[in-house]
Design a protein around this ligand. Structure first.
Ligand code: FES
Length: 113
């Protein structure tokens, strides 16, 4: 069964919890269904409140849609202005309300500042 490991608390990003999940559901919905609430806002891919950093298994997620990618690009621009390019360099940022597990594998992620 596919699974996600997540660090739901930004204060303790090294502590991951593993959940078994259903394919094709969003990471947000699966976490919510299993009583692990994530930060969120619009749940439509446009506000960026549910941003996460995927630290493992990004290839097991469906590629970002245009709306998700546009939101991620805007977020990255904002973060680069605020913290510098190295803050986002090499990081796989996705939106939990849009990212769907499409392969039977594992995804490890944490909320992103
Ligand atoms: S909750 Fe707004 S983009 Fe995910």
């Amino acid at each position: 069964m596919p699974s996600v490991s997540l660090a739901p608390d930004l204060e303790k990003p090294e502590e991951y919890k593993t959940l078994e999940v259903e394919l094709s559901q969003t990471l947000y919905d699966e976490c919510e269904r299993q009583a692990v609430p994530l930060p969120h806002g619009c749940l439509a891919g446009s506000c960026g409140s549910c941003r996460i950093e995927v630290v493992e298994g990004a290839d097991n997620l469906k590629p970002a849609s245009l709306i998700e990618q546009n939101t991620i690009d805007a977020l990255k621009e904002e973060l680069v202005e605020r913290y510098g390019a190295e803050f986002v360099e090499g990081k796989e940022i996705r939106l939990a309300c849009r990212a769907r597990l499409v392969k039977d594998g594992k995804v490890k992620f944490r909320p992103f500042k």
